[in-house]
Unconditional design. Structure first.
Length: 299
């Protein structure tokens, strides 16, 4: 698989993201690579590395270490920001050995990393950086190494942006799912073929139980056959008809319990689905009476 394919595989795959630094380092025969997200003060927030120990990376997250990081400061100079730069352009390896950054973040861990090649870009919240490294005694990075990193670093930064966007979307989705799971009713989102696109916990439990609605061949079916056609028509109309339609259906139950109340409604948005809300009269919220007393001042 091409390296660029591996980069984009890391968008939604944490294992691929963790393995990416070693892949990038191998492009130029480097010993290590670090892909980092930093805040506006250059403090390391998240990222992935190869070669460096977990303790070493955690140490670089200390805010005071950001002020010592001469490589990031060098890479964020206005005429270097967004470019691929070699650390030797700024500080040769002998001089780097004398810096607090080398002695605090590398030498103390038995690491002789002395050269870096990479770039930094500015974001709305801070910086994204990528750098490959070599140790004491290794040759300097040359123009061919610069070209290889230049060919790949835009894709890495784009991948990091996608990962950040997906993380925000996932957080919102998790919060919405938790809210739906708190509802006292079963909630299903169905497409025109009656396949489930989303559900809350009560909806999943109801389908698993299979006493009123169940999955047959991957599609939701009403256990009372006299209501199946009406239910299917309501879902299809909510999904496909201009303006959206639906229905309110009582589903009689064979065990003599009160009929299940089912509301089918269109759900606005880019995905064509019907929202199905099922209410079981026998499964009422035990706190509802107290809630009504508070709302209306009842005894």
């Amino acid at each position: 698989m091409a390296v660029i394919d591996l980069i984009y595989e890391a968008v939604g795959d944490d294992e691929a993201f963790a393995a990416l630094p070693a892949t990038v380092a191998s492009l130029v025969g480097a010993r290590s690579c670090a892909i980092f997200e930093r805040d506006r003060n250059f403090t390391l927030r998240t990222g992935a590395t190869s070669y460096f120990s977990e303790e070493q990376v955690d140490y670089q997250k200390i805010p005071e270490m950001a002020a010592l990081d001469v490589w990031t400061v060098f890479g964020t100079e206005p005429h270097r920001l967004g470019r691929v730069n070699a650390s030797d352009e700024y500080l040769d390896s002998s001089s780097f050995l004398e810096t607090p950054y080398y002695n605090e973040c590398f030498r103390r861990f038995g690491d002789d990393t002395v050269r870096a090649l990479g770039g930094v870009i500015c974001t709305d919240t801070g910086y994204l950086s990528l750098a490959v490294h070599s140790g004491l005694g290794a040759k300097q990075f040359d123009a061919s190494h610069v070209r290889l990193i230049e060919d790949h670093i835009p894709h890495v930064f784009r991948m990091l942006d996608f990962r950040a966007r997906f993380a925000v979307a996932k957080k919102k989705g998790d919060l919405l799912q938790r809210a739906l799971d708190q509802m006292p009713n079963a909630v299903l989102a169905l497409d025109a073929t009656l396949r489930v696109r989303a559900t809350n916990k009560r909806g999943a439990d109801m389908l698993a139980k299979g006493s009123d609605l169940r999955l047959i061949g991957g599609r939701v079916a009403v256990m009372n056959p006299s209501r199946q056609d009406r239910f299917a028509h309501a879902v299809r109309s909510a999904v496909t008809w201009t303006g959206g339609r639906g229905d309110a259906i009582l589903l009689p139950r064979a065990d003599g319990q009160p009929a299940l109340r089912v509301l089918v409604s269109p759900m606005a948005g880019p995905h064509a689905v019907a929202l199905v809300i099922s209410e079981d009269p026998e499964d009422q919220d035990p706190d509802m009476a107290r809630t009504l007393r508070r709302l209306y001042g009842l005894t």
